[in-house]
Design a protein around this ligand. Structure first.
Ligand code: ADP
Ligand code: ZN
Length: 215
């Protein structure tokens, strides 16, 4: 799933993984977990994340390669969230999957102003990563509805890091939309509206792609 920061990618990808009962693979989550555990590669990636910079392609591809080699993804498939974000990553992914390929790439579209507004409102559970916002807070006092963890603003949701990430999106990630379009893999999804509506659009696009493949 492609889409600007703030498009609701994370939340929608978690829901897709539940709907289709397949693993959810978020490179951002994998990096944050590694950084929190201070593993060697966690230490390597943490300053890129804090500054809103992209983690180097070879590191990202290595982490995804490991995850895709695990049992559950091999058996069930997967939904990729926040990967690929550069042409090199898309090419690396194609190599990892060959002779198979992705079924479909969803591009979740929202205007830049909406992205900025949503990111500055975003709050997230430090324990399980569930997203909230100033306008959709947890039920009790910034305590996660799901796990009871503390809900805070992400460190890389500072105004400066947000601006940097959106710029990198335009430069590095937006070209992937045309790249997957040329390969007949792309469905563009309107990311505006209620999360339920957006989810329904995504599921409809995926189901249509599955149906046409089986015809
Ligand atoms: P967001 O989409 O809101 O920026 P993510 O959780 O997807 O948040 O990513 C957080 C950070 O992790 C990114 O700003 C970047 O530093 C790093 N990151 C995640 N995925 C990738 C990727 N595919 N390539 C490079 N860096 C990545
Ligand atoms: Zn939580």
């Amino acid at each position: 799933v492609l889409g600007k920061q703030g498009a609701g990618k994370g939340t929608q990808c978690v829901r897709l993984s539940r709907h289709y009962v397949i693993p959810h693979i978020s490179t951002g989550d994998l990096f944050r977990t590694a950084a929190a555990a201070q593993t060697p590669y966690g230490k390597l990636v943490e300053h890129y994340i804090a500054e809103g910079e992209l983690v180097p392609d070879d590191v990202v591809i290595g982490v995804v390669a490991e995850r895709l080699a695990e049992d559950d993804t091999i058996r069930k498939g997967f939904v990729l969230d926040g990967f690929p974000r550069t042409l090199a990553q898309a090419e690396g992914l194609a190599e990892l999957l060959a002779p198979d390929d992705l079924d479909l790439v969803l591009d979740l579209e929202i205007p830049k102003e909406v992205a900025l507004a949503r990111l500055s409102e975003r709050r997230v559970c430090v324990s399980c990563g569930t997203n909230y916002s100033l306008s959709r807070p947890p039920k009790f006092d910034w305590t996660c509805d799901i796990c009871g963890g503390e809900v805070v603003q992400r460190e890389d949701d500072s105004e400066e890091a947000i601006r940097r990430r959106l710029m990198l999106y335009e430069e590095e990630t937006a070209p992937l939309v045309a790249w997957y379009e040329e390969r007949g893999k792309l469905a563009v999804i309107d990311g505006l509206g209620e999360p339920d509506e957006v989810q329904a659009r995504m599921v409809a696009a995926i189901d249509a792609a599955i149906r046409s493949r089986h015809q």
